[in-house]
Design a protein around this ligand. Structure first.
Ligand SMILES: CC(C)(COP(=O)(O)OP(=O)(O)OC[C@H]1O[C@@H](n2cnc3c(N)ncnc32)[C@H](O)[C@@H]1OP(=O)(O)O)[C@@H](O)C(=O)NCCC(=O)NCCS
Length: 281
């Protein structure tokens, strides 16, 4: 059965409908608080709605962090019409919009247990690219002591960093904006600013940490290497948190690297777990 769904950019007048859909799905949904920001996004970014017979029944956001690369998030279908084909009509329209904007790689994340969403996006050509764990808002870091071996990366480290970059998620890495967003790996993601390393034997590296500094918090975007090196690198992050008056830390890593976070003593119930999906266009 084909669903008569049309899509357009959202306007401020859509606030009530979008917030009603989001809160019906989850009373703590972030989207209502972010509505003004989302509706103000400028092309090629944007908040879009899906309409059926003049009624808003779905929405999503597209972010284009750099030319050719798009990130979809915040897809919501009105619970009153879920599981009736709306999502299946909506996703192709989203892909079409991305294509119109010259996107060649389209990404989205979906929570581990959101099987319906996985099924839906896989039906339209998205493939799982990796598993990601995100720890939001870490304010209490118990790790103390000065780092022993960790040092800021230097230009001559860059060739050694390449193997670390390719280890787990191929050419995909967390972006600099927040631990929740993911973009393809671009050279500027690996600028020396925010890169820390631990030297190993024979001139190789034993550990690497990629961070970015936001006004009020620090993001750890990559942590690779031995347990010992990771602990030393995390001491750098913990010391920055304390000495630079930051409110919190956010960590977004390939799940494979989660074990390296043990020295922080984090609450294992806190992180969000996602699959990262990619669709080549
Ligand atoms: C996920 C969501 C967008 C899907 O939209 P929808 O309109 O319900 O989707 P459709 O009805 O078009 O398709 C649902 C598909 O999932 C299948 N499905 C339903 N429950 C499922 C489950 N538990 N496991 C696997 N597949 C499931 C349906 O059979 C259907 O597949 P089919 O068309 O091959 O038969 C919608 O349910 C939603 O808004 N959920 C809450 C917010 C959310 O999770 N957003 C996605 C973030 S990535």
């Amino acid at each position: 059965m084909s669903i008569p769904l049309t899509m357009r950019r959202a306007t401020p007048a859509d606030k009530e409908a979008i917030c009603a859909i989001a809160t019906a799905i989850d009373p703590h949904d972030w989207l209502p608080n972010a509505f003004e920001w989302a509706v103000g996004l400028k092309e090629p970014d944007g908040l879009f709605v899906g309409e059926m017979e003049g009624r808003v029944v779905a929405c999503y956001v597209m972010d284009v962090p750099r030319p050719g690369e798009g990130f979809l998030f915040g897809m919501r279908v009105d619970p009153a019409v879920q599981n009736a084909g709306v999502g299946s009509a909506f996703v192709p329209l989203q892909i079409e919009e991305a294509r119109k904007q010259g996107i060649r790689n389209l990404f989205l994340t979906s929570a581990y247990l959101n099987f319906r969403a996985h099924h839906l996006v896989e039906k339209f050509g998205f493939h799982k690219r990796g598993e990601v764990v995100v720890w939001p808002d870490i304010t209490d870091v118990k790790l103390t002591g000065a780092p022993v071996k960790a040092r800021p990366a230097r230009p001559d480290d860059l060739p050694k960093i390449e193997p670390f970059r390719r280890l787990h998620m191929g050419d995909v890495a967390p972006s600099q904006f927040s631990a929740y967003t993911f973009v393809t790996l671009a050279e500027e993601d690996w600028a020396l600013d925010g890169l820390w390393v631990v030297d190993g034997a024979d001139g190789a590296l034993d550990g690497l940490m990629l961070t970015s500094r936001q006004p009020e918090y620090l993001v750890i975007r990559r942590l690779e290497g031995s347990l010992e090196a990771a602990e030393d690198l995390l001491r750098v992050a913990a010391a920055k948190l304390r000495s630079e008056g930051l409110k919190s830390m956010e960590i977004g890593l390939p799940t494979r690297c989660e074990v390296l976070l043990a020295p922080l003593g984090l609450d294992p119930r806190k992180p969000d777990r996602w699959f990262l999906f990619q669709r080549k266009m």
